[in-house]
Design a protein around this ligand. Structure first.
Ligand code: SF4
Length: 513
């Protein structure tokens, strides 16, 4: 038999254990206040959200004292639930609802109530300004605690996967096919003679198909914008290089705003670029932004602007990796009065491939020409002079062109190896850094700047690792730039709240105890 117990070897009688009774009903008293220990982080979160000014979250609430109607859940509770859930690596509204039914921390926060996932999900995405204000409020608390100085801030970007697969990216023809099918499906569902299902199921299906149709329409709109931008770019390229190859754009039918980017661990996939600014004093995140750009170079100035908007002042120094110190950023930071620390941009030498294509022999490449700074002239291997002709700025460099006299080259026995194609005299380009670039390079030569740069990774990469590993934000759950920006903001807010608990709230409780 199934419940037969083994025989005890000493007595040969059956072993006897405590019975388990799952058929009983119990009524137990629950002391809600004692569901969690006194130093539980849920209490800290409740305390912090209680101190914060959440007026903006309450602005839309219509239920008022003395008026009939069901009262909504308190925004302080919804904000606390989300912060606690993100802290535990949970980013699903349905999961929070489930946890409210049995998890002591969620039960303590809700007072044993169960919050439906609809108001929770809506709360996360419907209050952008209020969430920005809450993020700033928490920064104010951390600044008051002396954890933010803005003396040194690191800037770094990380790719977070979009809620879309590689396979959801399509070209125009496929998107149009899918849209046609979605429209047919919507029509079929509106047909009263279509398959009989319950009203609730029918409504859910209709909503799903309609949302799919809207996403496809949005995808086609985005694709047309991308195609127009590419046409413009390839026209410019054609004008510049005499050739232009236009690639066909592809857009995701699941999240049209996601972009294919090179991922941190290699390979390409649909992502968003999450930009985080971290104060070096205690690794507090002082600003967060999300962009559709695969490159970080355009993200430095917006980051400084976000920091200023959040804290009322710019950072004194900003430390960033090799993706950021472009000429534009070096100039912009100098203008903003922000000391930029980062690797020196690589010097782009004139392409040897171009010289090879033009039939120039290696003995007549630029290094064979000698430069005399006192006269600002070059002397060629044939002993002739190349004088300054024009200059233009490109990136962080000034391109100064020098040219030999046409008559000298025509009469030269080396012309076939030195400048076989040109009808004019041989020319070459000398690259000189712009004054801002030269100042930046000189600064980055110093031991002090190099020492500061060495500490960058430890500060900048800490919040990225925390948000991805502890809070689980490796992939966004929401879709669209506005919504993923809010998701990133919730995660960064939670990260800052965790810092406050660890560095301020817990030590204070220990002292009080
Ligand atoms: S071709 Fe002109 S530039 Fe070249 S070696 Fe002769 S003179 Fe000098």
């Amino acid at each position: 038999m199934e419940n037969d117990k083994p025989l005890a070897p000493s007595t040969k009688a059956q072993v006897r254990c405590k019975p388990i009774n799952r058929q009983q009903l119990l009524f137990r008293p629950v002391d809600v206040e004692k569901l969690i220990e006194p130093d539980h982080p849920a209490r800290a979160i409740w305390e912090l959200t209680g101190k914060a000014d959440l007026t903006a979250f309450y602005a839309d609430l219509e239920a008022v004292e003395g008026k009939a109607g069901r009262p909504p859940w308190d925004p302080q509770l919804l904000a606390s639930l989300w912060i606690y859930a993100y802290k535990e690596g949970i980013s699903s509204a349905r999961e929070i609802t489930e946890l409210c039914t049995y998890h002591p921390a969620y039960q303590w926060l809700t007072g044993l109530g169960v919050v439906n996932y609809h108001p929770l999900a809506d709360f996360r995405t419907e209050h952008q300004e209020a969430l920005d204000e809450l993020f700033i409020e928490v920064l104010g608390v951390l600044s008051h605690e002396g954890l933010i100085t803005l003396e040194r801030v690191t800037q770094d970007g990380t790719k977070v996967k979009a809620c879309a697969s590689d396979k959801s990216f399509h070209r125009k023809a496929t998107l149009e096919d899918h849209l046609r099918l979605a429209r047919e499906q919507v029509k079929q569902m509106e047909d009263p003679e279509s398959e009989e299902v319950s009203q609730r199921v029918a409504k859910a299906r209709q909503r799903a198909v309609r949302e799919k149709q809207e996403r496809l329409e949005e995808a086609l709109k985005v694709l047309e914008q991308m195609q127009a931008a590419r046409t413009k770019a390839s026209a410019k390229e054609e004008e510049k290089k005499g050739k232009g190859k236009q690639k066909q754009a592809r857009v995701s039918s699941t999240d049209p705003e996601a972009r294919i980017m090179l991922q941190g661990k290699g390979g390409y996939g649909p992502n968003y670029n999450t930009q985080i600014s971290t104060d070096a004093k205690a690794k507090v995140i002082v600003a967060v932004g999300v962009s559709q750009s695969a490159n970080d170079d355009g993200e430095l100035l917006p980051a400084v602007e976000r920091i200023e908007a959040n804290l009322g002042e710019k950072p004194r120094q900003i430390v960033a990796d090799a993706a950021y110190p472009t000429q534009e950023n070096i100039e912009a930071m100098a203008k903003e009065g922000v000391d930029l620390i980062g690797p020196k941009p690589e010097r782009k030498e004139a392409g040897q491939n171009l010289l090879k294509r033009r039939g120039v022999s290696p003995e007549f490449y630029p290094q064979a020409f000698s430069y005399e700074s006192s006269t600002d002239q070059y002397t060629c291997p044939g002993g002739k002079i190349l004088v300054f002709e024009t200059e233009e700025r490109q990136g962080g460099w000034v391109r100064r062109r020098y040219r030999a006299r046409r008559s000298d080259c025509r009469a030269c026995p080396f012309q076939g190896q030195c400048c076989p194609e040109t009808q004019r005299g041989r020319s070459l380009v000398r690259l000189q850094p712009t004054p801002e670039q030269a100042a930046f390079q000189a600064k980055m030569e110093t031991a002090e700047a190099q020492q500061i740069y060495k500490q960058r990774a430890e500060v900048a990469e800490f919040p990225h690792a925390w948000i991805k590993d502890k809070l689980g934000l490796r992939q966004f759950r929401l879709r669209g730039l506005a919504k993923v920006t809010m998701e990133a903001l919730w995660a960064c807010l939670t990260y800052n709240v965790c810092l406050w608990i660890r560095l301020c709230w817990k030590p204070r409780r220990l002292v009080q105890a």
